[in-house]
Design a protein around this ligand. Sequence first.
Ligand code: MEV
Length: 439
Amino acid sequence: MPKIAVIKGFSKLDKYQKMLKLANFYSSPDETIELLESFWHNNPSIQKTFEEFSENTLTNYFLPFGVAPNFLINNKTYIVPMVIEESSVVAAAANSARFWIDRGGFSSEVLSVIKVGQVHFIWEGDPDALKNAFPSIKKRLLDGTRHLTANMETRGGGILGLELHDERDKIPGYYQLMATFDTRDAMGANFINSCLEEFATILKNQISENELLSAYECKVIMAILSNYTPECLVSTKVECKISDLHGIDDSMTTDEFVWKFEKAVQIASADVFRATTHNKGIFNGIDAVVLASGNDFRATEACGHAYAARSGQYRSLTELKLDGGIFSYSLTLPLAIGTVGGLTNLHPLAKFSLQLLDNPSSKQLMMIASAVGLANNFSAIKSLITKGIQTGHMKMHLLNILNVMGASDSEKARAVDFFKSHKVSHKAVAGFLTQYRNS
Ligand code: MEV
């Protein structure tokens, strides 16, 4: 096995030293440093803010910040900010928003806003003794975290519930403190984790000080929020008369379109391979809003996919109802996102995004993000069951291909014109450029 060189003390180096270390791995270190520096913000204080979001920061990694206008959600229109690198996603959301604005828009409701956290511990003593002692331990746990919860309580939130879960059928001696929280407009991770760590300390003390329990040590394994929040749920739908879908695609009748759409949704419910892609398309839109608003897209993705598998089989997150001549298409998923705290107030563009959305509450942001997810999915299904996604996708991707091939502005303009009536592929674009350059 080749010997791997360990870099010692890297985090202690200053930014320039880190860049130098890295640049030496490249054939032209000076150019490498120039490249990294070229993406620094020209305002040093903004640059510093970005660097302090994370560790070992050398430069910034840009992603496009776009907007999708015409989102009518619960009778209010929004221009929705979206941060995403994939071509077609913003266009697909915007097309869908434009389509539905003439048909009543999106109606959305937040069904619940409960967050979850757990203290996982092992205790090998008499289960009944622990269960009997729990009411008094619980009081101590809640009293002992008042200093952490007071502020949240003045905002109307706090700890909603605290239970002892006996999980010994899974792992010998395994119990959980299962806590539920209302974190108001914050995503609440820091608040929840602080409460849980305090619970863990108090729990250990309570068990060691109780003469009926102290014969066995309480071994706390970990105290951490759960990103699975099946009761932080938002449901969004679009609905119209089937006849109002008339003309949605000129290659088929409205009835054919609806029949194919229904089959596509059924397939996404029945088949895990398709369900994954179907749900990925939903998260194209949701992640883009989650990122633009400074929220944690890893958390919302993990939660959404776990929720999609709640029946024991991973399924589509959307549902289609066709009753009485009405086309009703909905998306229901958990979305634990916030509009205060974390990056939402620190990242200048997250702030800008929230202002663009008229400073929404976390519930309003849940409704907006889920509407965009549904919009993207509707557009995807519409394309897939009609002309396929590649025509539109490759048209959008054309500029990326041209950029990779080093096309000049005038070459790009000619290519965009040419490919209005030709099929885009890498080969076709390369052929076009060669011919154009030779002529
Ligand atoms: C591509 O990013 C997303 C789609 O594959 C989603 C889908 O297939 O439903 C188009």
